[in-house]
Design a protein around this ligand. Structure first.
Ligand SMILES: Cc1cc2nc3c(=O)[nH]c(=O)nc-3n(C[C@H](O)[C@H](O)[C@H](O)COP(=O)(O)OP(=O)(O)OC[C@H]3O[C@@H](n4cnc5c(N)ncnc54)[C@H](O)[C@@H]3O)c2cc1C
Length: 389
């Protein structure tokens, strides 16, 4: 299905509204969040709600803005310029509301998406487990019992575990079958505990869920029983592009701050921006930004035209996290010692960027997914053609 998104004038107005909220309401919270390791939800949630950030990629028929992916990426990238916990909250909420709009049935969409579009409901994604790997290695189980499933197991590192109204849980429904099931937050037998604070993207909660005989109606099954891995792959595919857009946003902020600092910092009577060695740092950063922008535009255009992009998404996510890693390394060098202190946001951007290694799967998984798709015959396109589609 082709995604057209919002008409230009409506998109421009929405984008301006969200950008204004980002810089006038949310960015000033950085110090408080970094100090307390808590997001002040009483300020952040109403602000995100008022500017429409919860429903960015929720279809319009459910009350969202129904942005195309090409329209959504620059907004997510802008969130990645400010305190990373806020970006994480927005990303996970939108990503899995979008996934539900694609893989859920009409009843599931109607129950969750109108609330998700305005931030009254939220879906978190519960895949990772403490005792084993993902996919067929999962140990959580969902046993069919009459009209219900009964779920047992543990999940951890589940983002938005503090605010989610529903969890999309991946559990085994047979020896070689994994299924995706929606579980309401207040279901008896589900307990949620906080995990230790993270290196970066502070303030977002990534809790541990324990399921003990959690009974949910079988109507919570997404798709058909046993096709959870296929749903997972589709949801993660576009979400990996979202992580790459986050890498672009963080890298762009690091570059902008470094360029400004290089112009202003004077040593031996001249701004360091006049030194060829520092110019090289900036130029190297710009190579990564430029390449990442082009790759993101390509992936977004293909997805919006209805194409599957398993190889592109994984390669893009991998390139993005390496790019933002290099850019934040260089940014630290341009700033010298003061960049290592909290006087500049560089050290925060540096820490935030390191989460991109892990979200939606580590590098080994990205290489595996991309290589498998390419070996199966996936091509980037029929021909290299830089004309607009
Ligand atoms: C802040 C944060 C938020 C997160 N949010 C969520 C969330 O909302 N929902 C969710 O489900 N998960 C979430 N995660 C979990 C995240 O997706 C995983 O941490 C990540 O995919 C790595 O999985 P793991 O931690 O189990 O590492 P492991 O699987 O233990 O991997 C450890 C190392 O071994 C390598 N490795 C493991 N298995 C293999 C293999 N078979 N072949 C080769 N190499 C291998 C990995 O590449 C890695 O280098 C979050 C993590 C963090 C840090």
């Amino acid at each position: 299905m082709t995604a057209t998104g919002l008409p230009d004038d409506e998109y421009t107005a929405l984008r301006e509204r969200v950008f204004d909220t980002i810089w006038s309401v949310l960015d000033p919270l950085e110090r408080e969040i970094e100090d307390t390791e808590r997001i002040p939800l009483d300020i952040v949630v109403p602000a995100l709600r008022a500017c429409g950030a919860f429903g960015l990629i929720v279809p319009r028929r459910y009350g969202g803005s129904g942005l195309s992916i090409a329209q959504y990426l620059p907004i997510l990238a802008e969130f990645a310029k400010i305190q990373g916990g806020i970006r994480t909250l927005v990303h996970v909420h939108n990503s899995f509301a979008h996934a539900l709009s694609e893989i859920g049935d009409e009843q599931q969409r109607a129950e969750i998406l109108p609330g998700a579009a305005v931030g009254e409901r939220s879906l978190a994604f519960a895949l990772t487990e403490p005792g084993n790997g993902t996919g067929m290695d999962l140990s959580s189980t969902a046993r069919r019992d009459g009209d219900d499933y009964v779920i047992d197991g543990r999940k951890w590192l589940i983002t938005n575990s503090d605010i989610a109204s529903h969890f999309l849980v991946l559990a085994r429904t047979g020896p070689r079958a994994v299924s995706a099931i929606i579980v309401g937050r207040d279901t008896p037998g589900l307990t949620i505990a906080a995990l230790p604070e993270t290196m970066g993207c502070k303030g977002a909660e990534h809790g541990e869920l324990t399921f003990t005989g959690v009974r949910v109606p079988a109507t919570g099954l997404v798709g058909t029983e046993g096709d959870g891995i296929a749903h997972l792959e589709r949801a993660l595919e576009i979400s990996r592009v979202f992580i790459a857009a986050s890498s672009l946003g963080t890298a762009t902020r690091a570059f902008d701050l470094s360029r400004a600092y290089a112009r202003q910092r004077v040593t031996f009577g001249r701004p360091i921006a006049e030194r060829q060695a520092v110019q090289r740092y900036l130029a190297e950063m710009a190579v990564d930004l430029y390449a990442l922008r082009g790759m993101l535009a390509d992936a977004a255009a293909k997805w919006d035209r209805g194409r599957r992009i398993p190889a592109e998404a994984s390669l893009l996510k991998q390139f993005g996290l390496e790019a933002v890693g290099r850019v934040t390394d260089r940014a630290l060098l341009v700033h010298g010692g003061i960049g290592y202190t909290r006087a500049h946001p560089i050290e925060r951007l540096y820490r935030d960027a390191r989460l991109n290694w892990l979200e939606e799967g580590p590098p080994t998984v990205q290489y595996l997914v991309a290589a498998r798709a390419l070996l199966d015959g996936h091509t980037f396109d029929d021909a290299f053609d830089p004309q607009p589609a």
